[in-house]
Design a protein around this ligand. Structure first.
Ligand code: SAH
Length: 345
């Protein structure tokens, strides 16, 4: 029994904790007290939560446990990015990346152990999904890094290893937990989920009460090329993805970000830029051009800066909002697409 995820205090959203406590004879507001102690004051010992009754403290000690992943390894990049290898309770190892921005500290969170999407350019997909991460393992990435670095994480991107919408329920409960104002209080506009385009889940996401941001990994302007690069496109072709994003925009009024890795000689011609502009015309979209980060196993090459700028200018001329993402942490294999599954070091 103690090893069940639901016995870890950070595996429950506040509403779930409230329901649990009410069921066991305690009060709804106790959940807020516990959240404040644990997430805001960093108290890991239930017996020290001094404004809570002894009966509840005893119950918490008996039923719940605290788990924060251990940092097995830390690497620092010259640009200030840190990559952590975290050890979970079952000894699985996952990677998480801390990025320093002028607007705050952003954590790139891993959602699955391995990934089954098989994108042709991504190191994370070299090993198939072994399992989904539980809510407490998602939250634990933030807790572990914040505690270790003694800082507040202000932004979260679910862009580490794994496909977040292939672990949808946990990812949504995770977002509710970290957004909670009694907890870490990370603003909904500071949370971004990136998906390879799992259409039914994009539609479900549009109906969630928390309006966190949506990013779509597009990487090609047509089905022929996209299916070659991203096998998921055979299941959910581009037009379906775009249509789902339109629904998302209608319901949320939130602009969608489209991520587009520039792969030299593959998807970076001006013709492709034309096709992309055509595809996104009339969408309230934002294109994020990403430099390809080298992965030893693949033969792709980075588009040079001149060509990348030409691609960007071309999109801009066609009225598409575009930015070129700055590569971070590539020297420690911490950049987009470079996270991978680790076995025991
Ligand atoms: N599975 C999710 C989130 C993880 S990837 C998704 O597909 O969106 C985060 C971003 O990094 C995605 O846009 C992904 O396509 C991109 N990426 C993957 N491999 C990359 C590489 N080698 N270089 C640059 N970006 C890469």
């Amino acid at each position: 029994m103690p090893e069940k995820p639901q016995n870890v205090i950070s595996n429950l959203t506040r509403v779930e904790l409230e329901n649990h406590l009410i069921e066991h004879g305690f009060k709804r507001y106790n959940a807020s007290q516990i959240f404040e102690w644990f997430y805001q004051k960093g108290e890991e010992d239930f017996s020290k939560m001094s404004n809570i009754s002894f009966a509840l403290r005893a119950y918490l000690q008996q039923f719940f446990r605290v788990f924060i992943p251990q940092i097995a390894k830390e690497q620092a990049s010259a640009d200030g990015t840190h990559k952590y290898l975290l050890r979970l309770e079952d000894n699985s190892l996952i990677e998480t990346v801390l990025m320093q921005h002028d607007y705050g500290m952003s954590l790139c969170v891993t959602s699955q152990i391995g990934c089954s999407m098989g994108c042709a350019f991504c190191a994370s997909g070299l090993k198939k999904r072994q399992r989904n991460l539980e809510v407490y393992e998602l939250v634990g990435q933030i807790l572990a890094v914040a505690k270790h670095m003694k800082l507040r994480i202000s932004h979260v991107v679910v862009m580490g290893t794994g496909e977040p919408f292939d672990n949808y329920d946990q990812v949504i409960r995770f977002i509710k937990t970290i957004n909670d104002d009694k907890g870490l209080a990370i603003g909904q506009r500071h949370i971004t989920v990136s998906t390879c385009g799992i259409v039914p889940k994009i539609l479900a996401y549009a109906d969630e009460p928390i309006r966190s941001n949506l990013a779509i990994s597009l990487h090609a302007p047509n089905d022929r090329l996209r299916s070659k690069l991203m096998p998921i496109n055979k299941r959910y072709p581009i037009q379906d993805v775009i249509a789902a994003c339109e629904v998302y925009f209608k319901k949320t009024s939130r602009r969608v970000t489209y991520e587009y890795i520039l792969l030299s000689g593959v998807n970076d011609s001006l013709d492709m830029a034309d096709e992309l502009a055509q595809l996104l015309r009339g969408q309230n979209a934002y294109v994020n051009l990403i430099p390809y980060n080298p992965v030893g196993e693949f033969a792709f090459k980075q588009t040079d800066l001149t060509r990348a700028s030409a691609f960007m200018d071309h999109l801009a001329k066609k009225g598409i909002n575009t930015i070129l993402r700055k590569e971070q942490g590539a020297d420690i294999q911490a950049a987009c697409g470079q996270l991978r599954l680790h076995s025991e070091e």
